[in-house]
Design a protein around this ligand. Structure first.
Ligand SMILES: [Fe+2]
Length: 325
Protein backbone atom coordinates (compact mmCIF):
# COMPACT_ATOMS: atom_id res chain seq x y z
CA UNK A 1 0.00 0.00 0.00
CA UNK A 2 1.20 3.55 -0.71
CA UNK A 3 2.65 5.31 2.32
CA UNK A 4 0.61 8.41 3.21
CA UNK A 5 3.64 10.71 3.63
CA UNK A 6 6.77 8.97 2.28
CA UNK A 7 7.34 8.83 -1.49
CA UNK A 8 10.27 6.67 -2.58
CA UNK A 9 10.95 7.79 -6.16
CA UNK A 10 12.37 4.38 -7.05
CA UNK A 11 9.19 2.54 -6.00
CA UNK A 12 6.89 2.18 -9.03
CA UNK A 13 3.90 2.14 -6.70
CA UNK A 14 4.41 5.92 -6.40
CA UNK A 15 4.39 6.55 -10.18
CA UNK A 16 1.27 8.18 -11.64
CA UNK A 17 0.64 8.41 -15.39
CA UNK A 18 3.87 6.66 -16.46
CA UNK A 19 4.63 7.56 -20.07
CA UNK A 20 7.37 6.96 -22.64
CA UNK A 21 8.05 10.11 -24.65
CA UNK A 22 8.93 9.08 -28.18
CA UNK A 23 9.91 11.46 -30.97
CA UNK A 24 8.44 11.34 -34.50
CA UNK A 25 11.52 9.31 -35.55
CA UNK A 26 10.61 6.60 -33.03
CA UNK A 27 13.55 7.34 -30.70
CA UNK A 28 12.71 7.23 -26.97
CA UNK A 29 13.71 10.46 -25.21
CA UNK A 30 12.23 9.98 -21.76
CA UNK A 31 10.44 7.75 -19.30
CA UNK A 32 8.33 10.12 -17.25
CA UNK A 33 6.07 9.62 -14.27
CA UNK A 34 4.11 12.12 -12.24
CA UNK A 35 4.82 11.93 -8.52
CA UNK A 36 2.62 14.75 -7.25
CA UNK A 37 0.04 16.84 -9.13
CA UNK A 38 0.32 20.65 -8.87
CA UNK A 39 -1.66 22.28 -6.07
CA UNK A 40 -3.30 25.68 -5.69
CA UNK A 41 -3.06 28.93 -7.66
CA UNK A 42 0.73 28.68 -8.02
CA UNK A 43 0.68 25.01 -8.98
CA UNK A 44 3.04 24.24 -6.14
CA UNK A 45 4.48 20.87 -5.12
CA UNK A 46 4.34 19.54 -8.67
CA UNK A 47 6.86 16.69 -8.93
CA UNK A 48 7.89 14.52 -11.85
CA UNK A 49 10.47 11.75 -11.95
CA UNK A 50 12.09 11.04 -15.31
CA UNK A 51 14.81 8.97 -16.83
CA UNK A 52 16.17 11.00 -19.76
CA UNK A 53 17.87 9.09 -22.58
CA UNK A 54 20.73 10.11 -24.87
CA UNK A 55 19.77 11.18 -28.38
CA UNK A 56 20.86 9.23 -31.44
CA UNK A 57 24.13 11.18 -31.46
CA UNK A 58 25.78 13.59 -29.00
CA UNK A 59 25.04 17.18 -30.01
CA UNK A 60 21.97 16.07 -32.00
CA UNK A 61 18.46 17.27 -31.14
CA UNK A 62 18.66 19.59 -28.11
CA UNK A 63 14.90 20.29 -27.92
CA UNK A 64 15.88 23.95 -27.37
CA UNK A 65 12.79 25.72 -26.01
CA UNK A 66 11.48 28.36 -23.65
CA UNK A 67 8.48 28.68 -21.33
CA UNK A 68 6.78 31.99 -20.59
CA UNK A 69 5.26 30.96 -17.30
CA UNK A 70 6.61 28.75 -14.59
CA UNK A 71 9.80 27.75 -12.85
CA UNK A 72 11.58 24.42 -13.24
CA UNK A 73 14.00 22.80 -10.82
CA UNK A 74 15.73 19.56 -11.77
CA UNK A 75 17.86 17.43 -9.49
CA UNK A 76 20.36 15.56 -11.68
CA UNK A 77 20.72 12.32 -9.71
CA UNK A 78 22.65 10.06 -12.12
CA UNK A 79 24.04 10.07 -15.67
CA UNK A 80 24.94 13.56 -16.88
CA UNK A 81 24.12 16.11 -19.56
CA UNK A 82 25.31 19.03 -21.61
CA UNK A 83 23.23 22.10 -20.77
CA UNK A 84 22.80 24.77 -23.45
CA UNK A 85 21.75 28.22 -22.19
CA UNK A 86 22.69 31.89 -22.65
CA UNK A 87 24.84 31.12 -25.70
CA UNK A 88 26.94 28.78 -23.53
CA UNK A 89 27.26 25.08 -23.00
CA UNK A 90 28.46 23.18 -19.93
CA UNK A 91 28.57 19.61 -18.66
CA UNK A 92 26.33 18.95 -15.64
CA UNK A 93 27.30 15.97 -13.47
CA UNK A 94 25.07 14.18 -10.91
CA UNK A 95 24.65 16.09 -7.63
CA UNK A 96 23.83 19.36 -9.39
CA UNK A 97 20.50 21.15 -9.50
CA UNK A 98 19.14 23.17 -12.45
CA UNK A 99 16.95 26.22 -11.89
CA UNK A 100 15.23 27.45 -15.05
CA UNK A 101 13.16 30.63 -15.08
CA UNK A 102 10.61 31.95 -17.59
CA UNK A 103 12.03 33.06 -20.98
CA UNK A 104 15.37 31.35 -20.27
CA UNK A 105 15.57 29.19 -23.40
CA UNK A 106 17.21 25.87 -22.58
CA UNK A 107 18.34 22.71 -24.30
CA UNK A 108 19.86 19.48 -23.00
CA UNK A 109 21.84 16.65 -24.43
CA UNK A 110 22.08 13.57 -22.20
CA UNK A 111 25.30 11.54 -22.18
CA UNK A 112 23.77 8.53 -20.41
CA UNK A 113 20.37 7.58 -18.96
CA UNK A 114 19.84 10.26 -16.33
CA UNK A 115 17.57 10.28 -13.29
CA UNK A 116 16.09 13.73 -13.52
CA UNK A 117 13.76 14.82 -10.69
CA UNK A 118 11.59 17.82 -11.54
CA UNK A 119 10.04 20.16 -8.98
CA UNK A 120 7.90 22.95 -10.45
CA UNK A 121 5.70 25.88 -9.62
CA UNK A 122 3.51 28.12 -11.77
CA UNK A 123 4.25 25.89 -14.77
CA UNK A 124 1.23 26.12 -17.08
CA UNK A 125 1.50 22.61 -18.53
CA UNK A 126 2.15 20.85 -15.23
CA UNK A 127 -1.39 19.48 -14.96
CA UNK A 128 -1.39 17.89 -18.43
CA UNK A 129 -0.59 14.33 -17.31
CA UNK A 130 -4.23 13.16 -17.00
CA UNK A 131 -5.07 14.72 -20.40
CA UNK A 132 -2.14 12.89 -21.98
CA UNK A 133 -3.29 9.64 -20.41
CA UNK A 134 -6.65 10.00 -22.19
CA UNK A 135 -4.94 10.91 -25.49
CA UNK A 136 -2.70 7.84 -25.27
CA UNK A 137 -5.66 5.60 -24.65
CA UNK A 138 -7.79 7.05 -27.47
CA UNK A 139 -5.08 7.90 -30.06
CA UNK A 140 -2.07 5.72 -29.23
CA UNK A 141 -0.16 6.84 -32.36
CA UNK A 142 -0.60 10.60 -31.87
CA UNK A 143 3.02 11.07 -30.70
CA UNK A 144 4.26 9.68 -34.02
CA UNK A 145 2.17 12.16 -36.04
CA UNK A 146 4.37 15.07 -37.25
CA UNK A 147 1.34 17.37 -36.92
CA UNK A 148 1.18 16.52 -33.22
CA UNK A 149 4.77 17.68 -32.72
CA UNK A 150 4.03 20.84 -34.74
CA UNK A 151 1.08 21.66 -32.51
CA UNK A 152 3.60 22.07 -29.71
CA UNK A 153 2.61 18.55 -28.75
CA UNK A 154 0.51 19.90 -25.95
CA UNK A 155 -1.33 22.87 -27.38
CA UNK A 156 0.38 25.14 -24.88
CA UNK A 157 0.50 28.75 -25.93
CA UNK A 158 3.41 29.77 -23.73
CA UNK A 159 5.88 27.16 -24.93
CA UNK A 160 8.13 28.07 -27.85
CA UNK A 161 10.47 25.80 -29.75
CA UNK A 162 13.61 27.76 -30.63
CA UNK A 163 16.34 27.48 -33.23
CA UNK A 164 19.40 25.45 -32.33
CA UNK A 165 21.74 27.82 -30.42
CA UNK A 166 25.35 28.68 -31.14
CA UNK A 167 27.38 28.12 -27.98
CA UNK A 168 30.83 28.27 -26.44
CA UNK A 169 31.84 25.91 -23.62
CA UNK A 170 32.24 27.23 -20.05
CA UNK A 171 33.02 25.64 -16.65
CA UNK A 172 29.90 24.54 -14.78
CA UNK A 173 30.54 27.06 -11.96
CA UNK A 174 29.96 29.89 -14.45
CA UNK A 175 26.54 28.67 -15.60
CA UNK A 176 24.12 30.51 -13.31
CA UNK A 177 21.38 27.94 -13.94
CA UNK A 178 23.42 25.21 -12.25
CA UNK A 179 23.15 25.23 -8.46
CA UNK A 180 25.08 23.09 -6.02
CA UNK A 181 24.94 22.77 -2.25
CA UNK A 182 28.72 23.32 -2.21
CA UNK A 183 28.21 26.77 -3.83
CA UNK A 184 25.25 28.27 -1.94
CA UNK A 185 24.04 31.86 -2.46
CA UNK A 186 23.81 32.24 1.31
CA UNK A 187 24.73 30.03 4.25
CA UNK A 188 23.72 30.02 7.94
CA UNK A 189 25.13 27.75 10.64
CA UNK A 190 22.79 26.47 13.34
CA UNK A 191 23.19 23.99 16.16
CA UNK A 192 23.68 20.66 14.34
CA UNK A 193 22.70 21.97 10.91
CA UNK A 194 23.93 24.24 8.12
CA UNK A 195 21.26 25.86 5.96
CA UNK A 196 22.21 26.81 2.41
CA UNK A 197 20.21 28.83 -0.11
CA UNK A 198 20.16 27.40 -3.65
CA UNK A 199 17.50 29.57 -5.28
CA UNK A 200 16.25 32.89 -3.98
CA UNK A 201 12.69 34.15 -3.69
CA UNK A 202 13.37 36.91 -6.25
CA UNK A 203 14.26 34.18 -8.77
CA UNK A 204 10.91 32.46 -8.19
CA UNK A 205 8.42 35.25 -8.80
CA UNK A 206 8.32 35.81 -5.03
CA UNK A 207 6.57 32.46 -4.45
CA UNK A 208 9.20 30.34 -2.76
CA UNK A 209 12.92 29.68 -2.31
CA UNK A 210 15.01 26.50 -2.35
CA UNK A 211 17.20 25.62 0.62
CA UNK A 212 19.30 22.58 1.36
CA UNK A 213 20.30 21.65 4.90
CA UNK A 214 23.23 19.53 5.95
CA UNK A 215 22.23 17.87 9.22
CA UNK A 216 24.51 16.30 11.79
CA UNK A 217 23.55 12.93 13.24
CA UNK A 218 21.17 13.54 16.15
CA UNK A 219 19.84 16.90 14.87
CA UNK A 220 16.14 17.23 15.56
CA UNK A 221 13.43 19.78 14.81
CA UNK A 222 10.00 20.11 16.39
CA UNK A 223 7.22 22.03 14.63
CA UNK A 224 4.28 24.06 15.93
CA UNK A 225 0.99 22.18 16.00
CA UNK A 226 -1.62 22.81 13.29
CA UNK A 227 0.92 24.28 10.84
CA UNK A 228 -1.24 25.74 8.05
CA UNK A 229 1.19 24.82 5.27
CA UNK A 230 2.01 21.70 3.31
CA UNK A 231 5.69 20.80 3.61
CA UNK A 232 7.64 18.91 0.99
CA UNK A 233 11.20 17.68 1.48
CA UNK A 234 13.67 15.78 -0.68
CA UNK A 235 16.38 13.68 0.98
CA UNK A 236 19.60 13.10 -0.96
CA UNK A 237 21.97 11.75 1.71
CA UNK A 238 21.68 9.86 4.99
CA UNK A 239 18.62 8.79 6.97
CA UNK A 240 16.05 11.05 8.57
CA UNK A 241 13.26 9.85 10.83
CA UNK A 242 10.02 11.79 10.56
CA UNK A 243 7.06 11.73 12.87
CA UNK A 244 3.85 12.85 11.18
CA UNK A 245 0.58 12.54 13.12
CA UNK A 246 2.40 10.15 15.46
CA UNK A 247 3.44 7.86 12.58
CA UNK A 248 7.23 7.36 12.47
CA UNK A 249 9.02 6.55 9.21
CA UNK A 250 12.55 6.89 7.81
CA UNK A 251 13.33 8.85 4.63
CA UNK A 252 16.45 7.82 2.72
CA UNK A 253 18.10 9.19 -0.44
CA UNK A 254 15.75 9.66 -3.42
CA UNK A 255 12.74 9.94 -1.09
CA UNK A 256 10.27 12.82 -1.08
CA UNK A 257 8.33 13.51 2.12
CA UNK A 258 5.01 15.31 1.80
CA UNK A 259 3.41 16.50 5.02
CA UNK A 260 -0.18 17.72 4.73
CA UNK A 261 -1.43 20.97 6.21
CA UNK A 262 -2.29 20.83 9.93
CA UNK A 263 -0.41 17.55 10.52
CA UNK A 264 1.76 17.37 13.64
CA UNK A 265 5.36 16.87 12.56
CA UNK A 266 8.94 16.51 13.76
CA UNK A 267 12.16 15.12 12.34
CA UNK A 268 15.44 13.67 13.53
CA UNK A 269 18.64 12.85 11.61
CA UNK A 270 19.61 9.21 12.31
CA UNK A 271 22.91 9.76 10.43
CA UNK A 272 24.56 12.81 8.90
CA UNK A 273 22.08 13.75 6.18
CA UNK A 274 21.22 16.23 3.43
CA UNK A 275 17.66 17.43 2.91
CA UNK A 276 16.07 20.08 0.65
CA UNK A 277 12.99 22.15 1.48
CA UNK A 278 11.12 21.74 -1.80
CA UNK A 279 7.95 23.63 -0.83
CA UNK A 280 10.13 26.54 0.23
CA UNK A 281 7.27 28.76 1.43
CA UNK A 282 9.07 29.89 4.59
CA UNK A 283 10.93 33.18 4.06
CA UNK A 284 14.15 31.54 5.24
CA UNK A 285 16.53 34.14 3.80
CA UNK A 286 14.79 37.05 5.54
CA UNK A 287 14.44 35.00 8.73
CA UNK A 288 18.12 34.01 8.94
CA UNK A 289 19.30 37.53 8.08
CA UNK A 290 17.15 39.19 10.73
CA UNK A 291 17.99 36.50 13.27
CA UNK A 292 21.73 37.07 12.76
CA UNK A 293 21.21 40.82 13.07
CA UNK A 294 19.31 40.57 16.37
CA UNK A 295 21.78 38.07 17.86
CA UNK A 296 24.71 40.36 17.09
CA UNK A 297 23.27 43.83 17.67
CA UNK A 298 20.43 43.52 20.16
CA UNK A 299 21.23 41.10 23.04
CA UNK A 300 18.31 42.46 25.08
CA UNK A 301 15.75 41.49 22.44
CA UNK A 302 17.63 38.24 21.73
CA UNK A 303 17.10 37.17 25.36
CA UNK A 304 13.29 37.41 25.11
CA UNK A 305 11.43 34.35 23.78
CA UNK A 306 8.71 36.59 22.28
CA UNK A 307 11.28 38.16 19.93
CA UNK A 308 11.76 34.79 18.25
CA UNK A 309 8.06 33.94 18.28
CA UNK A 310 7.36 37.21 16.47
CA UNK A 311 10.18 36.70 13.95
CA UNK A 312 9.00 33.18 13.12
CA UNK A 313 5.43 34.30 12.65
CA UNK A 314 6.55 37.21 10.40
CA UNK A 315 8.43 34.86 8.05
CA UNK A 316 6.16 31.78 8.15
CA UNK A 317 8.71 29.67 9.98
CA UNK A 318 6.87 26.64 11.41
CA UNK A 319 9.76 25.25 13.44
CA UNK A 320 9.27 25.61 17.20
CA UNK A 321 12.65 24.32 18.36
CA UNK A 322 15.81 22.57 17.18
CA UNK A 323 18.61 20.75 18.96
CA UNK A 324 21.11 17.93 18.72
CA UNK A 325 21.27 14.78 20.86
FE1 LIG B 1 11.59 23.10 -20.15
Amino acid sequence: MKHPFLIDLNDSENWMYPIELIGPDGHKGEDQRTINMPEGVHKLFCVTDSVMYPGKELGGDLHFHEHHLGYEIFFVDSGGLDLYMFGKKTYVAPGNILHIQPYQAHGMDFHAPTKYRGFFHDLSNSDNAPVFAILRERLPDAQKDPNFAKSGGMGISDFLMRERPETEEIPVEQMTTVRNINRPMAEYKLEGATAKMLTARWENGGINELWGAELKKGFHAEFYDYAPTTEMYYVTEGEIEFDVYGEKFVARPECVVKIPKLATRSLKALTDATIYDIGGLTHWYAFFQDRASILKNDPERAAKPETWEELKSRYDCRIKSIGID
